[in-house]
Design a protein around this ligand. Sequence first.
Ligand SMILES: [Mn+2]
Length: 339
Amino acid sequence: MIVVLKKGTTKEQAEQLSLKLQDKYSVTVNSWYGELSTVLGLLGDTHKVDIDSVLAWDIVDNVKRVQEPYKKVNRAFHTENTIITLENGLKIGDGSLNIIAGPCSVEGEEQIIEIAKKVKQSGATMLRGGAFKPRTSPYAFQGLHADGIDLLLKAKAETGLPIVTEIMSAEHIDLFENVDIIQVGARNMQNFELLKRLGKLNKPILLKRGLANTIEETLMSAEYIMSEGNEQVILCERGIRTYETYTRNTLDLSAVAIFKKLSHLPVIVDPSHAAGIPWLIEPLSVASLGVGVDGLIIEVHNDPPHALSDGAQSITPEKFDATAKRIFAAKAALDAALK
Ligand SMILES: [Mn+2]
């Protein structure tokens, strides 16, 4: 970290600040006294240095980080890819492609079990389904809550598919005991108290990027979970809000490549929520393979016109079957070509 001091700062003032920084953050400080300005270089673990409090010193002109503010997430300190292994042995992040499929919301026993069986036949390796639904309108279907989780567990017992479902409040953590992967939705990406609680669990967390959050903010949210001890974090790009209105969001595929470069965590893409348009699911999924995605999460509903949420962007199990075949074929071809 570089601290540039204002013109006219005396050597005594610079030394006073150096001592303070060394003392407060246990870092080594080197000083350069130039003709025009004085520069302090902070060496060591600077992750805990609060830039704002350094800037609050009258003599400080500018502070620059030369290291990213996240540590646990950073590939620089963990060069190998993180591979997450689920209870049934399924691996995420090992170079294979996992497809998580299922309805936006769990609506009933018959619905979730039928969809689970079908997506499994088509190659899905995990089942998704919302029990707690963050809806824009308080009058929209809010999910079946604990009953929804029970139905997901039934579908898991029936098919063997691990289940992924969203948590909205730390209050509900106990209900997620038998859930394989807990999802943090885009709207909760910066619910830091929730992230800290999830950081104390020994369970994979699927962290979706917020609709208006930067790459660095997303990585800092993952850091919140990991700093509490839970290192099983999967990042998910689900589209960000831009000026474009044709699609529900704008899928930021460069973020996927950047997440893979800056962090060692598995990354998945959600083409359903990114696009909001069923026919875009396949091309966006195939495109995601090119930026190194570890998985996809796709909304599948047996009766999209009557779905209680996100029917318009869901595909039928039949359509999913055809789509999954083409995605797996593209993955095999790409892996062979890039060998
Ligand atoms: Mn949805």
